[in-house]
Design a protein around this ligand. Structure first.
Ligand SMILES: [Mn+2]
Length: 306
């Protein structure tokens, strides 16, 4: 049995690409590929699975001794526990090349596209296969989620074309309308503690000797984001020592305005943001045009820290 698994704090791409790639591999080989997850589902993904009638992948607590395929990541810091003791069989990803190592040569397909699900669909078409209606709906959702419905600078023509093809299979006529519904379900922040909000979509990175964490909250509701600014700034400062990082960042991304407000905590965090983004003024880090953590924020922070 081979598990297909995305990163910790899984987002819609990590969950749906795991399901999609497991379905593809099973269809191709007739063998058993099991979609798995390395953490709890977020509200957006919960909505998506329900919308298309799919089951959540099984929770994998440890990868030790298991055969696994990684999707949507290739950094050990983001991977399921004990990934170093797993037998990694393949990697399907769209991020920068990280530090995952293997003993043997493996199939490693990394493409600079907006979403892992786009690469998953490519595997279907390259092999004259097609995803079923449910899988198509999940892969479409992943693309809309990762590309912020085609607004992110990470979005490529291939992502848009793939989404169109998947929408046809899934029977989604109004793609933007569906995206709006999905984002709305995903940004149900009411009743969440500041800690839960910080970790909704949170990743750790290392640059030189510095370890930093970057969370991101995306919303179509500017008022909701404005409210978060005060509570989250206070929480990040008061709880700073709990998080095990040198610096803590949180992006409050306004999808319609195509901008983000950057909150930060930790020694030198302010200086790092100002160095990374010339538009950042002391005390207010409103970043116009910045919506992608991967393409716009991580490279700028890494550069500023090096
Ligand atoms: Mn992704």
């Amino acid at each position: 049995m081979i598990y297909v698994i995305g990163h910790k704090n899984p987002d819609t791409d990590s969950i749906c690409s795991a399901i999609g790639y497991a379905a593809f591999k099973s269809a191709l080989t007739g063998e058993e590929f099991v979609p798995a997850r390395a953490g709890e589902l977020n509200p957006e993904t919960t909505f998506v699975l329900k919308r298309f009638g799919a089951e959540a992948p099984v929770f994998l607590e440890s990868a030790a001794g298991k055969d696994i395929i990684l999707v949507d990541h290739n950094e050990t810091a983001q991977a399921v526990d004990n990934v170093a003791e797993a037998n990694i069989r393949e990697i399907i990803d769209h991020h920068k090349i990280g530090d995952v190592q293997t003993k043997d040569p493996i199939y490693f397909r990394n493409m600079p596209v907006g979403c892992s699900a786009t690469i998953v669909y490519l595997h279907f078409t390259e092999n004259n296969l097609a995803p079923d209606k449910t899988t198509a709906g999940l892969l479409l959702s992943a693309i809309l989620s990762d590309t912020l419905a085609f607004r992110s600078p990470t979005c490529t023509e291939m992502d848009v074309k793939t989404a169109d093809a998947l929408a046809q299979i899934a029977g989604i006529e109004d793609i933007q309308g569906y995206a709006k519904e999905m984002f709305k379900a995903g940004s149900e922040l009411a009743g969440k503690t500041p800690k839960e909000i910080l970790y909704l979509d949170f990743k750790k990175f290392t640059a030189g000797d510095t370890t930093y964490g970057v969370g991101q909250v995306t919303s179509m509701d500017a008022d909701e984001l404005a409210e978060l600014k005060g509570t989250m700034t206070e929480y990040m400062n008061s709880s700073f020592d709990e998080h095990g990082v040198d610096m803590l960042f949180l992006l409050l991304t306004d999808i319609l305005d195509e901008s983000s407000e950057m909150l930060c905590a930790g020694k030198n965090a302010d200086e790092t943001v100002q160095k990374a983004f010339t538009s950042a003024e002391e005390g207010r880090y409103y970043l116009k045009g910045v919506v992608s953590r991967k393409k716009q924020v991580i490279p700028a922070l890494t550069e500023a820290l090096s």
